[in-house]
Ligand binder design. Structure first.
Ligand code: CMC
Length: 434
């Protein structure tokens, strides 16, 4: 191995191939295998992309061993303590913290893009009353490509800008419309004098017949959760957005693909699954039974909200959210939250268990977030939608980085084929009868 390249020797020892090594600002080097197929006729093989970098990115850095998460170089703990979601959104989109004028202009733009085309609002009437809000969210975001034709040109920088502001601003409005549909209440139009989270709370919980007072603690808690969910480098949904977008499809379709990927319980759907799991466990006395189930390889049950592909020590977001749980529950006068008590106890039992210790399984971002959402009155089926609202800015930042990358190509992995070898077609009357 030389300093700047790995040398790969063919199995029969007859050839060697130099594989260049690239260095990032932080994190492991990457071995560039892009030329391997041409030179050696072999693919690399890494199901689940456990050790594969798919792109260059300047947006987010994670050190899973040390529990470090940086947005554009800033530790998430500092942003959570000192910043706010819109400022973080600006940082992720544009690369630097905004000055006052930039922030005010960005804030104004987001506030004035919150309304939906009325035609899109009528979509919701077509969904069944019990449609899952994530199904509505992905469908309606995908349908934005049928309304906002001015931002469909992926090669137009001005269109990228309008798209970014538009989707960031409209996600809470779409989410609120989905929620109102599920509970049969009238849709509440956005109000531009309110900030991002205040507006969202009002659209979720106000009814035309009554005055609605925004709870500042609820707005603060949401703001924090959105900061913590804003980006997480090449996770499943973000990689999906990049991959879908790499074909040159319009950005609304790419984000809709990301929303669909987020829904799965191994990813953003875990926050909903955690709450359902805690309810199923029901009592501290049942914890050992469920921990045993999670350890039993013949049982598909997993401790939801535990484990992470990248974090192998702790998830810094989980630590911040656990602290926020204490604060929110205390300020809301709900110091006796049986679900929170159960979650704390479950964490303690799992953290002392040899199975979870040996596999480096710790609570992740989804373990405690649902307890805050529940305290704010947000129903369980909406939890992953909340994650999607926070993550939208990350998806947009990555889509833009991908689409403007001069090295960008359509994403097109290869495979290890294990199916039938070449065989001749058999006419139907010649095939075995049973
Ligand atoms: N409960 C019990 N066992 C687990 C768990 C768990 N939650 N997570 C991983 N394991 C075991 C797994 O069975 C495997 O054991 P073995 O080596 O004996 O086969 C080992 O730990 C490694 O797991 P893996 O599935 O190979 O790891 P991964 O990196 O592919 O998956 C994960 C990571 C997050 C999908 C997984 O830990 C999991 O399913 N966790 C529960 C779902 C969850 O909380 N997801 C949210 C992730 S964080 C937010 C987000 O991404 O949206």
């Amino acid at each position: 191995m030389s300093k700047d390249a790995y040398t790969l020797t063919s199995p029969d020892g007859s050839r060697t191939t130099e594989l260049p090594v690239h260095k990032g600002t932080l994190g492991p080097d990457v071995v560039d295998i892009g030329g391997l197929y041409q030179q050696e006729g072999a693919f690399t093989y890494d199901p689940g992309f456990v050790a594969t970098g798919s792109c260059d990115s300047k947006i987010t850095f994670i050190d899973g061993k040390e529990g470090v998460l940086l947005y554009r170089g800033y530790p998430v703990e500092q942003l959570a303590a000192q910043s706010n979601f819109l400022e973080v959104a600006f940082l992720l989109l544009y690369g630097d913290l905004p000055n006052e004028r930039e922030l005010s202009s960005f804030d104004h733009s987001i506030r004035t893009h919150t309304m939906l085309n009325e035609g899109m609002l009528r979509f919701f009437r077509g969904f069944r009353y019990d449609a899952h809000p994530m199904a509505m969210l992905s469908a309606v975001v995908g349908s934005m490509s049928a309304y906002y034709h001015d931002t469909m040109d992926v090669n137009n920088a001005a269109a990228h800008e309008i798209f970014a502001h538009r989707i960031l601003a409209k996600m809470p409005t779409i989410a609120a419309a989905a929620y109102k549909h599920t509970i049969g209440q009238p849709f509440i139009y956005p109000r531009n004098d309110l900030n991002y989270c205040e507006n969202m709370l009002r659209m979720f919980f106000a009814v035309p017949a009554e005055n609605y007072e925004i709870d500042p603690i609820a707005a603060e808690a949401l703001d924090l959760l959105f900061i913590l969910h804003a980006d997480h480098e090449q996770n499943c949904s973000t990689s999906t957005v990049r991959m879908a977008g790499s074909s040159g499809t319009n950005p609304y379709s790419a984000i809709a693909a990301g929303i669909s990927a987020l829904w799965g319980p191994a990813h953003g759907g875990a926050n909903e699954a955690v709450l359902r799991m805690l309810e199923e466990i029901g009592s501290v006395k049942n914890i050992p039974k469920y921990v045993d189930k999670a350890k039993d390889k013949s049982d598909p049950f997993r401790l939801m909200g535990f484990g992470h592909r990248v974090y192998k020590n702790f998830d810094p977001r989980a630590t911040i959210i656990r602290d926020m749980c204490y604060k929110v529950l205390k300020q809301m006068g709900r110091t006796n939250s049986p679900l929170f008590e159960l979650a704390l106890e479950l964490e303690q039992v799992a953290l002392k268990d040899e199975y979870f210790i040996s596999k480096n399984l710790y609570p992740n971002v989804d373990f405690y977030s649902g307890i805050i959402y529940r305290a704010l009155g947000i129903p369980t089926s909406m939890f992953t939608v909340m994650f999607a609202i926070g993550r939208t800015v990350g998806w947009v930042a990555h889509w833009r980085e991908m689409i403007t990358d001069p090295k960008g190509k359509i994403s097109r992995p290869r495979q290890l084929y294990t199916g039938a070898a070449n065989r001749d077609y058999v006419a139907i009357d010649k095939r075995p009868k049973t």
